[in-house]
Design a protein around this ligand. Structure first.
Ligand SMILES: Cc1ncc(COP(=O)(O)O)c(C=O)c1O
Length: 431
């Protein structure tokens, strides 16, 4: 595929935007393509190339690009005004709907981005427990702010270290391997033995989606729930990716576990900037102005994002018995197709998948942790990415991301994608 206009645009972008992109994960070698528009499962580049999209706004666009039901409501709201910074009834409607959908959402605060939600969730946990340390997992990503960038996944996995972060905030963050309950027990024990007992929260992506895709082993999340409860540690489920995607009630509903605080973004707004902190009333009511945990934003609960989110959640609620089985089936069909192609070519490929998410790793061992992901051949993954792009399929450019299916992906897309994998894997075999 030819991306000549994108090349020129990228050169222009580099002169004025650091690295030519507004978020590092959008860059890939030699330069990213520039998008013109999207529709359903497809995106159209500036050159007029059509690509089947499995990035889908890094999982945000669950109901397809340019979803007309949502667009119509958003257009109507734009005519009425975009921002008042005074409450609107729709904010209550959205909070009430979330309370109905999410098992643990006794109270809800609307925010704008995933990072904003997780940052304030951690602040809430610290205030509630009067403790200071946090535990996160190797390869877990919770946003680009100071105390969660140690051993972070996604684009941050490419940097050994992020400059500009205070040592003091890093020291408060303990990182441990995922799917290893002994590591959690021993971190808590070590903290107790040091005389501190100072761990405020455990923050976890219930399904890790920023180190490729890693699924929790049987009973792992239940064990975490039990141990955090026993030790008065707040459990934060970061459901920025899994929320409203894995099931209507996210991973909490899927695995039947109630966290103390849960954060949401991405699929919540089908591509509009909106996020949520949800949780127990006694924790959430600490937020100002009812409590002393300050959290504020000009754009929080803005009518455009709230309108998009309300429509998104209404569509998902009304059609949940069709949508979730359907995307799961589509994903299984694609994953099985890719596995067959890899097997026929004698390529060692491990694919993890759950619901509407999947990722392929060029390794023969099971991938259950960040260290397992690192055994995958990045060279082969890059070749796969390039091969797929040349064949009209766009997946996130990094091994440390996840591929996403939307409700718009249909049988024809899947057939074409398997064909793309067939061609791309032939290229991989040649290197
Ligand atoms: C699990 C998780 N948490 C938090 C974030 C941060 O969200 P945002 O990029 O909207 O700040 C992300 C982003 O990819 C994420 O995947």
């Amino acid at each position: 595929m030819i991306f000549d206009k994108s090349k020129t645009l990228f050169e222009r972008a580099c002169r004025i935007i650091p690295g030519g992109v507004n978020s590092p994960v959008r860059f890939f070698q030699p330069y990213p393509f520039f998008v013109d528009s999207g529709n359903g499962s497809r995106i159209f580049t500036k050159e007029g190339n059509t690509l089947i999209d499995y990035c889908m706004g890094y999982g945000a666009v669950f109901l397809g690009h340019s979803n007309q039901e949502i667009a119509l409501e958003v257009k109507n709201q734009i005519d009425k005004g975009s921002l008042f910074c005074i409450p609107t009834e729709k904010e209550i409607e959205l909070a009430e709907l979330c309370n109905k959908i999410i098992p643990s959402a006794e109270m809800v605060r609307i925010t704008n981005t995933g990072a904003e939600a997780t940052m304030h969730a951690i602040r809430l946990a610290r205030a509630y427990t009067r403790k200071t340390k946090i535990i996160k997992f190797d390869g877990g990503y919770h946003g680009a702010f100071d105390y969660v960038l140690n051993k972070a996944g996604s684009g941050a996995s490419e940097l050994e270290h992020t400059d500009g972060i205070l040592d003091e905030s890093v020291r408060k963050t303990i990182t441990i391997p995922y799917n290893n309950i002994e590591a959690l027990e021993s971190a808590i024990k070590k903290d107790k033995e040091s005389g501190d007992s100072d761990i405020a929260c455990v923050i976890i992506e219930p399904v890790m989606a920023n180190s490729g895709l890693i699924l929790p082993e049987k009973d792992y999340l239940n064990q975490i729930r039990k141990i955090t409860k026993q030790n008065d540690i707040v459990l934060i489920f970061d459901e920025v990716v899994t929320g409203f995607r894995l099931a209507l009630g996210g991973a909490s509903e899927f695995f039947g576990i109630k966290s103390d605080i849960t954060t949401f973004a991405k699929a919540l707004g089908n591509g509009h900037p909106i996020s949520l902190i949800a949780g127990k009333k006694e924790i959430m009511s600490q937020l100002a102005p009812s409590g002393k945990v300050y959290q504020a934003s000009t754009f929080a609960g803005n009518p455009i994002s709230v309108t998009a989110s309300l429509k998104t959640l209404r569509i998902l609620s009304e059609n949940k018995d069709i949508i979730y089985p359907q995307v799961g089936k589509t994903c299984d069909r694609l994953v099985n197709g890719i596995k067959d192609v890899a097997h026929d070519k004698g390529i060692e490929l491990t694919i993890n998948s759950i619901g509407s998410m999947f990722q392929a790793f060029f390794t023969k061992r099971p991938v259950n942790s960040y260290n397992d992901v690192k055994t995958s051949s990045i060279t082969k993954f890059s070749e796969l990415f390039k091969g797929l792009l040349d064949n009209g399929t766009f997946i996130p450019p990094s091994q440390f991301e996840t591929c996403f299916i939307s409700t718009s992906h249909n049988e024809e897309d899947i057939e074409k994608t398997i064909e793309s994998f067939e061609n791309a894997l032939t290229r991989v075999k040649e290197i």
